[in-house]
Write a protein that binds this ligand. Structure first.
Ligand SMILES: Nc1nc2c(c(=O)[nH]1)N[C@H]1C(S)=C(S)[C@@H](COP(=O)(O)OP(=O)(O)OC[C@H]3O[C@@H](n4cnc5c(=O)[nH]c(N)nc54)[C@H](O)[C@@H]3O)O[C@H]1N2
Ligand SMILES: Nc1nc2c(c(=O)[nH]1)N[C@H]1C(S)=C(S)[C@@H](COP(=O)(O)OP(=O)(O)OC[C@H]3O[C@@H](n4cnc5c(=O)[nH]c(N)nc54)[C@H](O)[C@@H]3O)O[C@H]1N2
Ligand SMILES: [Mo]
Length: 752
């Protein structure tokens, strides 16, 4: 490659495809991918991010850890300085620490759950790399599910008999089908355009904005039930609900349907199980409290008449109910997802085109696209000899309570005792709830190893930090669910500093631990690319007859697989609806479980056998909300993906601390002006924020996006505005044990 001549190449990222211009060994500019109707601007951060001063330049080991190799630690992780080391020395030290742990204590003491989005490239996918490496050395304690939708991943198989993401991608109405058939679109938590900028593994054509525009142009009745108007297109009617109360509002609608005889009883009889048990609860026969619209209105803050009217419209039109994933990232997050499904069943529209229920449209860009679900393009992880796992969001509980019992989805489990944590491709000090608690929990293990391109908060809380390349410093390929393109991701620039690919780092460690053959199978990166790409083509034979060879793909840069882009109508549960006994669901009853005897038999008071309203421990209706009177929601950031490339944003003058959206009345009650730096706090922590006054948020609610790099001053105040300084670290319930990030009360005060 002539370094003095600008080269333009296309590549893929989680936030979409883009073209990068490289000159003199540097990415000098990025431009939208021409096929993309609504490209994300996130890639514009890239040129500065890849060479940012916060890149980890060389392997670094924490000073105190080095003295005793973690056998005694005098200073808190996160407060210490690091010693830079040559690669060989640092790899020797890490290999010895791993070897000691597995030989002296056992592989059950190694936590490699290592959650995080990492890169869009499928070979250099950091999470897969670390899992494969740890499998090759005898296994590790893994994590199950996602922060995104862990609760739904546990619940939905009980209710619909299918894995949650299978329903999301293969059994929901496609955009096209909604556009043709839906008359009323009731969006709990909105359908968020800012979130549909990204998709796990990438997205080529961003379509959500145009679909929403089309829906609105066609006169579809769009209803946004959310604490923030901005959670969907401004053309929607906004019902500003109190956070955490959607289940109550849905019950109110259900009660109206039931008492006005607007329920499809034939559908309930043919296609569902246990309505009569739920009905007793709904009508108050089982607990003395009818869940009518007035009852619902008092809880959820939407007027009684509005709820009744909405119920009428839903029953008299083709209606699709959608729930944002955020609803289940809250205490009792199982309930709104289950209740929304029950409501759709009562309307009798599940299995009708454009009707029923849909989960997470707008959460990521791929949802709603009706592309064929190809078998994945991935590096095989191998087999984990350790069967122990935790629900992903229970990491701090595990570290703090090793050896103690907890419950998850009907099983009593014991938290393992962890001595070594290996993290690669995620940022728990951005993503986990109650970061001050995580900081304490994080002191427990003997050794923490992290691979990172940047000095993130997690890197700063590690003992051994290996500098990893970014996707632009190595060759890779991408294919994502909900997309029909395969991309070659060329190496654009040389590795920055002494960074190495995760694969190189693990290969070097594997050699030192005598498992090089198991880990590499004798292949270098290029041979692995050949191998996984040809496996992908073989596994999808028939669907990808036009797939080029890898060398052709290198030449072409990207290709759209014509057959992968199948018929664009996709409807949900058609066969099941037509003949439920011939096409049963894989639930115990073969039908939609409005009442689940399986869940009932677990005996959980926080998740019963049918959808139930539970009063959250923190919400605006709580008796003790006086001290912390504002409900904090912490959505995903509009300007980037999680904490990735935060270094560039935080360099922009005035961008940090992060903006906290607050209602004008709440701001004036606190003498806060737009642009003021204020402190948001509760019993769990304190963070600086920048006041952003807006009437597009419900009074009493404040919103602070995720993504700032958690950074405490000497008084323990986060300087950047990471909402997880304030969020609550408890599971949704004993069933799902998911993240409850959206359940948090706070106070905000002016500084000084
Ligand atoms: N309060 C609150 N908290 C939340 C949420 C919320 O709604 N509210 N949402 C949650 C959700 S849904 C999610 S998915 C999580 C997201 O949390 P994460 O996925 O942990 O967030 P990212 O910032 O994407 O972290 C990826 C990290 O990988 C690094 N990386 C990128 N490429 C590579 C690579 O090739 N190799 C290596 N070694 N590292 C690489 C990046 O620099 C970055 O630090 O946050 C969760 N946290
Ligand atoms: N730009 C960008 N896009 C992203 C990401 C990113 O980091 N940046 N991350 C991606 C990831 S990993 C995920 S999992 C998805 C997440 O997708 P979602 O879960 O849909 O997104 P959030 O942004 O967490 O929340 C959406 C909205 O839900 C509302 N909300 C909160 N609590 C409640 C409630 O109790 N009731 C109702 N009705 N509404 C409520 C809030 O107002 C919030 O703005 O986003 C993805 N998209
Ligand atoms: Mo997520």
């Amino acid at each position: 490659m002539d370094k003095n001549f600008p080269q333009e190449k296309s590549t893929m990222s989680h936030w979409g495809a883009f073209n990068a211009t490289v000159l003199d060994g540097k990415i000098v500019s990025v431009a939208p991918f021409p096929e993309d109707p609504f490209p994300s601007r996130i890639p514009e951060l890239l040129p500065k991010a890849v060479t940012h001063p916060t890149r980890v330049k060389t392997p670094s080991i924490r000073k105190e850890w080095l003295k005793t190799r973690g056998h005694q630690s005098q200073s808190l992780r996160g407060d210490d300085s690091f010693v830079e080391m040559p690669w060989d020395e640092a790899l020797d030290i890490a290999a010895t620490a791993i070897d000691e742990t597995r030989n002296q204590i056992g592989n059950e003491a190694i936590f490699g759950g290592s959650y995080g989005w990492a890169s869009a490239g499928r070979f250099h996918h950091a999470g897969t790399q670390v899992h494969r490496f740890l499998n090759s050395i005898g296994g590790y304690v893994s994590s199950r599910g996602t922060y995104s939708a862990g609760t739904a991943e546990t619940l939905i198989p009980h209710v619909l008999g299918r894995p949650f993401f299978d329903v999301t991608f293969n059994a929901q109405n496609s955009w096209e089908t909604i556009s043709r058939h839906t008359e009323t679109l009731v969006m709990f938590g909105g359908i968020n355009q800012k979130n549909s900028q990204v998709s796990l593994g990438g997205i080529t054509r961003h379509q959500t904005r145009d679909w929403l525009q089309k829906f609105s142009d066609s006169g579809m009745n769009l209803i946004n039930i959310s604490p923030q108007r901005s959670d969907t297109t401004s053309n929607a009617r906004w019902l500003p609900i109190i956070p955490g109360t959607d289940t109550a509002m849905m019950l109110g609608i259900a009660h109206f349907l039931e008492t006005q005889d607007l329920v499809d009883r034939d559908f309930l009889a043919r296609c569902t199980e246990g309505y009569e048990v739920f009905q007793k609860y709904l009508l108050g026969d089982s607990d003395g409290e009818a869940k009518d619209c007035r009852w619902a209105a008092e809880i959820c803050g939407i007027a009684e008449a509005t709820i009744c009217d909405l119920a009428k419209i839903m029953a008299s039109t083709r209606c699709l109910i959608t729930v944002a994933w955020s609803l289940q990232r809250a205490e009792f997050g199982e309930q709104p997802f289950w209740m929304a499904t029950v409501l759709a069943a009562m309307l009798g529209q599940i299995g009708l085109p454009g009707g029923g229920i849909g989960y997470g449209y707008g959460a990521i860009a791929g949802v709603g696209n009706a592309y064929a679900n190809l078998k994945s393009l991935a590096l095989p992880e191998g087999v984990n000899a350790v069967t122990e796992f935790i629900p992903v969001a229970r990491i701090a509980d595990m570290l703090l309570h090793g050896g103690e019992e907890y419950e998850f989805n009907g099983v009593k489990r014991t938290y393992p005792n962890i001595e070594l944590v290996y993290w690669c491709g995620g940022n728990p000090f951005h993503h986990h709830q109650d970061l001050n608690r995580l900081r304490l929990a994080w002191q427990k293990p003997r050794t923490i190893i992290v691979h990172e391109p940047w000095w993130t908060s997690t890197a700063r809380h590690a003992d051994i930090v290996f500098p990893a390349t970014t996707p632009y410093e190595r060759e890779d390929i991408s294919y994502a669910l909900g997309d029909s393109f395969v991309f070659h991701m060329p190496q654009l620039i040389d590795p920055v500093g002494n960074a190495r690919d995760d694969y190189q780092i693990f290969s070097a460690l594997a050699k030192r631990l005598d498992v090089e053959g198991e880990f590499t199978e004798g292949r270098d990166s290029e041979q692995w690319l050949e191998h996984i790409y040809s496996n992908f083509c073989d596994a999808n034979e028939g669907l990808v007859p036009d797939a080029p060879t890898l060398s052709e793909l290198r030449e072409k840069n990207w290709v759209e697989l014509s057959l992968a882009k199948k018929e664009r109508d996709q409807m949900a549960f058609l066969d099941f609806r037509a003949d439920p006994s011939k096409n049963p669901l894989r639930t115990p009853s073969g039908r939609i479980e409005i009442f689940s005897s399986t869940i009932e038999e677990f005996g959980y008071d926080d998740c019963r056998g049918h959808p139930t309203w539970h009063e959250p421990s923190e919400w605006l209706g709580a008796d003790d909300s006086a001290e912390f009177p504002l409900h904090l929601v912490s959505p995903q950031p509009p300007d980037k993906l999680h904490s990735q490339m935060e270094c560039v944003i935080s360099d922009i003058e005035g961008a940090r601390p992060a903006p906290l959206t607050i209602h004008p009345i709440d701001a004036s009650d606190r003498s806060l002006n737009d642009g003021d730096i204020a402190c948001a706090f509760n019993d769990r922590g304190k963070t600086l924020v920048k006041v952003l006054i807006s009437d597009s948020i419900r009074k009493g609610v404040v919103s602070l996006c995720t993504g700032a790099w958690f950074c405490l001053d000497e008084d323990g105040v986060d300087q950047q505005g990471n909402p997880n300084t304030l969020t609550r670290d408890k599971g949704t319930s004993r069933l799902g044990q998911g993240s409850t990030a959206h359940t948090a009360l706070v106070q905000v005060k002016a500084l000084g």
